[in-house]
Design a binder for this molecule. Structure first.
Ligand code: ZN
Length: 322
């Protein structure tokens, strides 16, 4: 049997999203299994069992496995370092666990946002590009950079922390310990903190203040979108300000890296043009070069399986020049 299938798996705090991809880049399966937050080896073994139980090719045709995890991932050593979402997996030898379960295949491990960027590069919003930047606006803000079709991991695998670009020295506090990081404005935690502050502001719209009070601890970015969709001036102002902060970061990245395209993903990005229009306007005025001011800033295309798709592509290309 020819070995032509690869698995990509995105390990989150509660679930592992996985895809099975063939040599024509067709996705044969996508599903999820629970993550055991204390047991990487057991979780990987369960993934292997799930694949073996598939009718047809099973796992005997597997050529490689790619694993994406939130946190600092050493791609060379296959180890996971600091990982707020997977504290029980910290300092684990993922290459060792993969080898013990699957035998001698091609393995890669990658940071989850880097993997999502690679997925968009191969299958989604970044197809055909040579230089790409992705910013993922979730609870926190992650980032990834591709230069000359290669993921940039940098010294100590520390590259791509776009969420921790300082935009304002005396800005809101960020979980990283600094103030005024992009994450503190555009991650959902930062955005909702500002939303609540506006809920106490007598100048905010009555509808806004009522919504914040009614939703209390249950307030979500979706509540904020919904009010913005009804043209509430405070909701529109919240996203406009966050979009401008995003644009500040994107403009600096365009000045430094001159990417072909900038991809914006993650749950907060579902606000769409509420965020992207002020972001693009900022890029159009802040970037130095004429070409750079026109850099497309586009939404991600692949959705929640982007990192699994990217991990599969990285595994398929392991040892080859993309
Ligand atoms: Zn920070």
């Amino acid at each position: 049997m020819t070995k032509n299938l690869v698995v990509g798996a995105d390990v989150g705090g509660t679930n592992v999203k996985y895809v099975l991809v063939d040599s024509d880049r067709q996705c044969l399966a996508q599903d999820e299994i629970p993550t055991d937050p204390a047991d990487p080896q057991g979780t990987i073994a369960r993934l292997a069992d799930t694949l073996r139980s598939r009718p047809g090719e099973g796992s005997s045709a597997l050529a490689g496995v790619g694993l994406a995890c939130a946190g600092i991932v050493s791609r060379a050593n296959g180890t996971l370092g600091r990982s707020p979402n997977l504290p029980g997996w910290q300092n684990s030898d993922l290459f060792g666990a993969l080898r013990a379960t699957f035998g001698p295949l091609a393995f890669i491990v990658a940071n989850d946002v880097n993997a999502a960027l690679y997925g968009e590069f191969r299958f989604g919003a970044g197809r055909g590009c040579r230089h790409l930047v992705m910013i993922a606006l979730g609870t926190g803000v992650g980032g990834g950079v591709i230069v000359d079709r290669q993921l940039v991991t940098g010294h100590g695998d520390g590259a791509g922390e776009i969420g921790h670009m300082t935009l304002q020295l005396d800005g809101p506090p960020c979980p990283c310990g600094n103030r005024g990081c992009l994450e503190s404005y555009c991650g959902s935690v930062g955005l909702l903190r500002e939303a609540r502050r506006l809920g106490r502001d007598p100048d905010a719209s009555p509808a806004w203040r009522a919504m914040v009070e009614r939703r209390g601890d249950q307030l979500t970015t979706r509540d904020c979108h919904e009010l913005a969709a009804r043209q509430d001036r405070t909701a529109l102002g919240l996203f406009h300000a966050a979009g401008q902060r995003l644009g500040q970061a994107v403009a600096s990245l365009v000045n430094v890296l001159a990417p072909d395209r900038v991809i914006i993903g993650g749950g907060v990005a579902q606000a769409g043009d509420l965020l992207l229009a002020p972001c693009r306007a900022m890029v159009a005025t802040q970037v130095m070069s004429d070409a750079g001011r026109l850099t497309p800033v586009v939404p991600a295309e692949l959705g929640p399986f982007a990192a699994a798709m990217g991990a599969a592509a990285l595994a398929a290309e392991a040892g080859t020049v993309p």
